[in-house]
Write a protein that binds this ligand. Structure first.
Ligand code: UT7
Length: 351
């Protein structure tokens, strides 16, 4: 950068702005979730991938998942979860100051899902989508927390929603059994005391191929132009399962530990561990590595919900709170990780 010239204009005033409000704390005020009605058992998946119910249960923990109806969109599911979160938080739609929707399965490059969701709820708040795959909800909570603390919004609606059934190749042995559909949401708002601990987050783009849409949209366009459109050019999501598995097991426990340390607590202080629901073996390995006390409730929602990417953590949180498994006001460690590769972890006070 060149230095300002001697003839550069000088500011008219002091260069200060009106203080938009003192820095404050943030917390999650309410959560909500939506699972589509249709339950899909492993038996419905296995024939196309030469697999078995037993193999899927043993390798992933999954017994069943929910698939959205053909005409049910991510916005439909997000709306249902958001309404529940608003009600739980006791917040009216007009009070929403920002809408963040974490998703990788909204089928429009543009416009984003968030503005339509906002207007369906009766809000004209600024709204955008986050593309951070399975870390999207924790990214959203971190961003919402900073917005509330910084004063740019009083209440932020954070949604994690996926209709992965639209982007899954039912003949792909490595992924057809793993994904499910659903939505989870929370409201982040101001608090007198810290309610969302420092987020530990990062990315490793060198591993972009580990989980990726198999074709770019431009490849699909090319296939139209050459009149070769068939199922092979549908940009379903593919995954190098073992690579991601190893990264998750060895790389994510230290991230979770850092989130505990930065929150100024010990593992013993936790009332819940709510990791992304990727594979029950990954969850069990993390519990072991973090040396969590045996009595800490751990989200194992994957068994009946499968991997719903950005939605998995808020869906699990909502269920655990509703079933009285975890205490309102308790401390939960949440960690999301996935395509990018990207990750984010934070300790939160449960609503
Ligand atoms: O949400 C984003 C983050 N995602 C994740 O964290 C997912 C991480 N990865 C995983 O969860 C696991 O890698 C999977 C569940 C996807 C796969 O489990 P795995 O234990 O890594 O299986 P594998 O790929 O190592 O395959 C083991 C064996 C192979 O047979 P051999 O070579 O041992 O004879 C595969 O051919 O299982 C076979 N196999 C299958 N068998 C039945 C692979 N896929 C299937 C299948 N059904 N669907």
């Amino acid at each position: 950068m060149t230095s300002p010239s001697a003839t550069a204009p000088t500011p008219k005033g002091t260069g200060t702005l009106v203080d938009s409000g003192a820095a404050r704390h943030s917390r999650i005020l309410g959560v909500g979730a939506y699972r589509p009605a249709r339950v899909v058992m492993n038996s419905e998946i296995v024939d196309k991938i030469d697999s078995s119910d037993e193999w899927i249960r043993e390798r992933s923990g999954i017994i069943s998942r929910h698939f959205a109806a053909p005409d049910e969109s991510v916005i439909d599911m997000a709306e249902a979860a958001s309404r529940q979160a608003l009600e739980h938080a006791g917040i009216a739609p007009e009070q929403i100051g920002f809408v963040l929707v974490a998703t990788v399965t909204h089928p429009y490059q543009t416009p984003a899902a968030a503005p339509e969701l906002a207007s369906r709820l009766g809000s004209t708040a600024p709204a955008l989508d986050i593309s951070a795959a399975c870390a999207g909800y924790c990214y959203g909570v971190a961003m919402a927390s900073d917005m509330v603390k910084g004063g740019s919004a009083d209440y932020v609606l954070v949604v994690g929603v996926e209709k992965l059934s639209d982007f899954t190749d039912p003949y792909d042995r490595g992924s057809a059994f793993i994904f499910g559909d659903g939505a989870g949401a929370c409201i982040v708002g101001p608090s007198d005391t810290p309610g969302i601990g420092p987020t530990v987050w990062g990315s490793d783009g060198t591993q972009r191929d580990a989980i990726t849409q198999k074709q770019a949209w431009t490849d699909v366009r090319e296939s139209w132009q050459t009149a070769q459109a068939d199922k092979n050019v549908w940009p379903a999501i593919g995954m190098a399962g073992q690579t991601v598995f190893r990264w998750a097991v060895w790389g994510m426990a230290p991230v979770a530990q850092q989130a505990i340390d930065k929150a100024g607590i010990k593992a013993d202080d936790l009332d819940a561990f709510i990791p992304h629901q990727a594979n029950i073996r990954i969850i069990d390995a993390m519990v072991k590595q973090l040396k969590l006390p045996a009595d800490i409730p751990v989200a194992r929602d994957i068994v009946t919900t499968a991997n719903t990417s950005a939605a998995s953590i808020p869906i699990a949180t909502t269920r655990m709170l509703a079933e009285g498994e975890i205490p309102s006001g308790g401390l939960a460690l949440q960690i999301g990780f996935g395509a990018g590769l990207v990750y984010a972890a934070q300790v939160v006070v449960l609503p």
